[in-house]
Design a protein around this ligand. Sequence first.
Ligand code: ARG
Length: 464
Amino acid sequence: MSKKPPANAAWGGRFAGGPSEIMQRINVSLDVDKRLHEQDIAGSLAHNAMLVRAGIIAREDGERIAKGLAKIRDELAAGKFPFDPAHEDIHLNIEARLAALIGPAAGRLHTARSRNDQVATDFRLWVRDAIDAADARIRDVQAALLDRADEHAKTVMPGFTHMQPAQPVTFGHHLMAYVEMLGRDRGRFHDARARLNESPLGAAALAGTSFPIDRAATAKALGFDRPMANSMDAVSDRDFALEYLAATAICGVHLSRFAEEIVLWSGPQFGFIALSDAFTTGSSIMPQKRNPDAAELVRGKTGRFTGNLVALLTVMKGLALTYAKDLQEDKAPLFETADNLDLCLAATEGMVRDLRVNEAAMRAAAGAGFSTATDLADWLVRVLGLPFREAHRRTGALVKRAEALGCDLAALPLAEIRKIEPRISDDIYSVLSVDKSVASRTSLGGTAPSRVKRAVAAARKKYL
Ligand code: ARG
């Protein structure tokens, strides 16, 4: 018979033997949660200092523990920490290492604490940093968009509805739409951060503790605004992670839509922009190709954001209070999302700065598809006093005529125009050019270059 594996040091009192090999494999989370090591040490240092101050553990023990933790922090930073998957997760790894370094005093650190409040604290700290990182990265993308929008405040291009040319807009205005979306994304992260920033530490396993701990002190030491009010909530909810994933999923949708536009615009059918060698790849068989892989990968990778949000929502929804090991499945999706968010934002910023604009192609497309028809209808309303619906009908007839003659609205002879509405004067041509069209749209939030310039200045103040 094979020898029984030894019982786990953290709960060996009640156990005669250790876990089966398969139990170990399903239970171990070290490869994922080792990323919490800095947060885990910070939490332990705060808890240890509080235990000493509250007279719960002796000063000498507290000093030994703090020294040991500092040494472990160095080992981790130097990549010299002896990780051991037999110790399940990062928390037990650090605890075991502390025992190896300082002896029995290590066992006092876990007084008035459980891994349940410990992991909830560590994870909140990690997500808080991830939110701050996302905010900075999104801001960088906004800065890049603002620079390009400023540069192209007057560059005309077609604005689309139903993926058909609708009205001319400026490229700057189009880019500014994303500055706004990203601004709201930052707002969502900001809101999530404010709700996240309460400390679970001291909730212990689920019910609180009989020791005279000072939760306000550990909360403050870790930069939390206050301790969480309910110990059962503290150890069992992961809504902060869900909010992060939701904010990321929405941001990912924005990034993906922009990526899709880059793919379209850089293709030969549009030819609006070109990406350099820095953000494209070639084909191993078709020598002519320059593929927008970075944009495609942003579009593709952001799919995981939605998936990971749904994954954690699904993990959470059937869980009775309080902690269950299902909750260990919270980290992998979130880490994956965070890594890819960082990458997608960096790639987006890079492409925005890299892309070269083909103004001639944009201009040619901006005038196609009778895109100034609305301007013509508006002229009929403004100058002839027609009701808009009536103006719309006459304009439709003019478009039909131009289509039959195979020309643009601006190229329709006045004689042809007057067949449909005799009161039209040659002043009509003043509104049919794409430049006139965009310049006239000066309403708040409109595409007129003067508006775009002001919008860029306002957004710089607001977001940068
Ligand atoms: N690795 C665990 C997790 O991530 C730590 C908490 C373990 N708590 C417990 N009661 N077994 O959730």
